[in-house]
Design a protein around this ligand. Structure first.
Ligand code: PEP
Ligand code: MG
Length: 359
């Protein structure tokens, strides 16, 4: 099992004395949470809930939810998913023992969950009792020309609020149960992805708050929580002052922010990016090391405008750049409160955050 020991562990202790920024991990499985803690993560900065939906035992309920003809059909499928999702969060809250956990509501375009082969469609049809022709027609309707700029992120929450409602319910039920059983109150930070406007966030924050109030009334207890947003679109960075009226925290999603600011697909960049770096057009791969001149300006501006509205706005970064030393130095300069990186990068991030603070 990976664990920090000996000189390396001591180096980390020295680093921790000097750093100002907290270091969290991007994690969604109990195994990743365990590793994150062994490596010294001080919370979860990004729990991507979509990964949980791919689990073999629940994918047919997820597909049923997506392909349902109406809200009643979606709600029936979500009923099946609620206990599983609650269990996911229960485990994570318990493992993180009172540390902050940022849970991001569903983000990817729905077609990512759909069956691919005829055999898979037939199997799904038999499991959920809807004809294959109907399922295929519904699947075709979900086809998008540009899915990464399409029906994803908070746009799912706006069009299918029952999905976000189920996830919020699972979060608060799990938080109450863990507080009751183990006495350690987790601090869920519910994060809304791909927000571009204040109104989107206002609608979804209300949904989360109302769901929390219902669950707290049912459970006869409350837990502290926060609702915040990812800043991962240029418009959100520019409008951060207004968006901060609805958010207690911002987490910069620099993967999407790089994609949308440079107009470069994060999934296809490998085809042409190396000559760009060789010719010095970009100093380094901008998806690995933050493009400080361009994307960095939006981060800085978003942080400034957000804090001008809400002085105690919590600020973090959860894109891949959160584990890159040069980008971490920039985050220190901007005054972010924490960086979040994959568990294996947590030690590097602790060291880089200390070096940045000393510098
Ligand atoms: C991001 O866009 O930077 C981010 C952290 O979210 P994801 O990579 O899941 O889109
Ligand atoms: Mg993103």
């Amino acid at each position: 099992e990976p664990e920090l020991a000996g000189d390396f562990a001591e180096l980390m202790v020295w680093a921790d004395k000097h750093r100002r920024m907290k270091v969290r991990a991007n994690a969604e499985t109990p195994a990743d949470c365990k590793m994150a803690r062994q490596f010294g993560a001080e919370g979860i900065g990004l729990c991507r809930t979509e990964h949980m939906f791919f689990d073999a035992t629940r994918i047919s309920a997820v597909r049923q939810m997506i392909l349902a003809e109406d809200e009643a059909g979606r709600r029936a499928a979500l009923e099946k998913l609620l206990p599983e999702q609650r269990d996911d969060f229960h485990q994570i809250f318990h493992m993180m023992a009172g540390l902050p956990v940022t849970i991001r509501l569903l983000d990817p375009p729905l077609h990512e969950f759909l069956p691919h082969s005829d055999a898979e469609f037939t199997e799904l049809s038999e499991t959920i009792g809807i004809g294959t022709d109907t399922l295929k027609r519904r699947a075709d309707e979900l086809h998008e020309m540009n899915p990464m700029l399409g029906h994803r992120g908070c746009r799912l929450g706006i069009t299918f609020p029952e999905i976000y409602e189920m996830q919020a319910r699972a979060i608060f039920e799990a938080a109450c149960d863990v507080a009751e059983r183990f006495g350690e109150a987790p601090v869920p930070e519910v994060m809304i992805p791909l927000v571009a406007t204040k109104r989107e966030l206002a609608i979804l924050r209300k949904l989360v708050d109302e769901t929390a109030a219902k669950v707290f009334a049912e459970k006869g207890r409350t837990v502290e929580y926060m609702v915040g947003t990812m800043i991962e679109l240029p418009r959100a960075a520019l409008m951060a002052g207004e968006i901060a009226e609805e958010a207690k925290f911002f987490s910069f999603g620099t993967n999407d922010l790089t994609q949308t600011t440079l107009g470069v697909s994060r999934d296809d960049a490998a085809r042409f990016l190396s000559p760009y770096v060789e010719k010095g057009i970009y100093a380094r791969d901008p998806f690995v090391s933050l493009d400080i001149e361009g994307v960095g300006q939006l981060v800085e501006l978003g942080a400034e405008r957000g804090r001008a509205t809400r002085a105690d706005l919590k600020l973090g970064i959860c894109g891949e750049h959160g584990g890159d030393p040069a980008s971490i130095a920039f985050c220190e300069k901007v005054g972010l409160d924490y960086v979040s990186a994959s568990p294996y990068r947590v030690p590097i991030a602790r060291l880089a955050a200390a070096q940045a603070a000393l510098a």
